[in-house]
Write a protein that binds this ligand. Structure first.
Ligand code: NAP
Ligand code: MG
Length: 495
């Protein structure tokens, strides 16, 4: 059998993944679908529905129809449903892990951690359904003034392919806890688990239309979602370029955005740090998920007095990693080709390659999108490999002499997602943590950023916050209500 849209020859049955709209799986209104690629083998991936503006419209309308009833459900019932989604994720953990591995090729343990993390989002926000409330404001005795934290209504969520179910859950759980209804558009390449999550939400008792998934390409289904007039808030995780284009459309509509756009985060190692642990964590920081993590530590700033010794430790630890076991392939063919192209760019820029810079030769990895973990030294912060997010297991090492110089290099970046600080000096910890322009600072660890901790960027890394109690502020809008308790003259100026 040959799929007309891709000419991919399919010899084995492939998973058919369809939109989830109004509580059921539905094909595209146009009938279009396409078979993707398994990043671990280069063979066929899932057969995924390709949505257009019509499918997006059906999903958004279903969401609109469900919005008021979801908002008016008793908060304890909303909490029970969210908690149950978490429970069902844990019940079906193995199945979800299997789906995620087939889409991404990631190793079992990282897929498990990702799916468990998805359950944690629902568990955490199930306990916070009452939080987006409001305050009573003391103005004058003749008025009762209060605020309400209200849902936006239909929230559009566009997610990338690096942590598919985790990023879908990261947005869905707080959005739903705050009484919004959602339409999620996952990356076309990794559609399996987001659709499975919506199916589990329906099983958990979420009313039809509250949690919808539209599949397809960003340029088609994604842009239709951004442009849909009934979307009231949009949450996007992905590249700066797409974030900017969404921002332009949103400007015309005054559409509030949360943007999570990646980073080029500096991990600063001072000479007084616990260097053994710092080296281990520096490796984890750039190789986890094959470097396909927005919060990767990809610029390693090392104090010159320990530079050679420390780089040796980092290289040794990196060379002990087993590609395909400790981390998987690049998840998309595009991303694989992008990372390979940066190997050429690095060479052209005159950086010194100390390990990697190529793909593994093992037969078992031959057809997948694997690359070796790669480290460059003699890197100047003005080089493209120091400025651009490569989104692969590629580390650049930059020496520094003084604390001020380290801070200046760390901040000389368009991005501002994470700053890592390694030192035993408490005063320096506090000074550097304040000076670095980033949404997150990790001191003497490269954090895995818990569900409870707010997460987001400064500068080109984006704005708005995900996770923690803070996320609820980004899924609600504030209304104030002023009630006169009896005839009285207004004393305030009129806005
Ligand atoms: P991307 O193009 O920004 O895609 C992210 C999501 O946006 C996907 O669901 C994509 O759909 C969708 N999209 C694409 N164009 C769109 C448009 N015009 N309107 C609405 N939605 C649209 O990211 P990518 O191509 O997958 O990766 C490229 C780079 O992005 C990476 O190299 C990395 O630097 C960065 N990235 C960052 C993160 C992060 O966590 N911050 C995650 C992934 C990637 P389709 O993919 O289905 O077309
Ligand atoms: Mg793209």
């Amino acid at each position: 059998m040959t799929d007309a849209l891709t000419s991919v020859r399919i010899d084995a049955p492939v998973d058919e993944i369809r939109h989830w709209i109004n509580g059921r799986a539905v094909p595209s209104l146009s009938g279009a679908h396409r078979v993707g690629t398994d990043p671990a083998t280069g063979g066929p991936g899932a057969d995924v529905a390709l949505g257009t503006a019509d499918d997006v419209d059906a999903a958004v309308r279903a969401a609109c129809d469900a919005a008021w009833a979801w908002r008016k459900i008793a908060s304890a019932d909303r909490a029970r449903i969210l908690w149950d989604i978490g429970r069902l994720i844990r019940r079906d953990l193995d199945e979800l892990v299997g789906l995620e591995i087939r889409d991404t090729g990631k190793p079992l343990e990282s897929a498990r951690a990702e799916v468990r993390g998805a359950a944690e989002y629902f568990e955490f926000y199930a306990g916070l359904v009452n939080l987006p409330a409001g305050d009573i404001i003391d103005v004058v005795p003749t008025q009762h003034v209060y605020t309400l934290r209200e849902p936006y209504g239909v929230v559009g969520v566009i997610t990338p392919w690096n942590l598919p179910i985790n990023q879908a859950a990261r947005a869905a759980a707080p959005a739903l806890a705050a009484s919004n209804v959602i339409v999620v558009k996952p990356a076309e390449t990794t559609s399996r688990t987001t659709t499975a999550l919506a199916r589990l939400a329906t099983e958990a008792g979420i009313p039809d239309g509250v949690f919808n998934v539209v599949l397809g390409k960003g340029s088609e289904a994604g842009s239709a979602l951004v442009e849909h007039p009934l979307i009231r808030k949009l949450v996007f995780t992905g590249s700066v370029a797409v974030g900017q284009s969404i921002g332009r459309v949103a400007a015309d509509r005054i559409l509030p955005l949360t943007l999570e756009l990646g980073g080029k985060s500096a991990n600063i190692v001072f000479e007084d740090a616990d260097l053994d642990f710092a080296a281990t964590e520096a490796v984890r920081a750039f190789t986890t998920n094959a470097g396909q993590v927005c919060s990767s530590g990809t610029r390693l700033l090392v104090q010159r007095s320990i530079h050679d010794e420390f780089v040796r430790a980092v290289v040794d630890a990196t060379e002990r990693l087993r590609v395909g076991e400790d981390f998987g392939p690049l998840i998309t063919r595009d991303q694989y080709e992008t990372v390979l192209s940066y190997f050429d760019i690095a060479q052209g820029e005159g950086a010194t390659l100390v390990t990697g810079g190529d793909r593994p030769t093992a037969d078992t990895l031959e057809d997948g999108f694997y690359v070796n973990p790669t480290i460059y030294t003699q890197v100047d912060n003005s080089m493209r490999i120091a400025r651009e997010e490569i989104f692969g297991p590629v580390l650049v090492v930059i020496p520094f002499d003084t604390e001020d110089e380290a801070i200046a290099i760390a901040n000389d970046s368009d991005f501002g997602l994470v700053g890592g600080v390694w030192t035993e000096d408490l005063s320096r910890t506090l000074r550097v943590s304040e000076a670095i322009e980033a949404g997150q600072i990790y001191v003497n660890t490269w954090s895995t950023a818990a569900v409870q901790t707010p997460f987001g960027g400064q500068k080109a890394s984006g704005y708005g916050r995900e996770k923690g109690i803070e996320a609820l502020n980004h899924y609600t809008q504030l209304k104030s209500v002023t009630i006169s308790l009896g005839p009285s003259r207004a004393v305030q100026a009129v806005e």
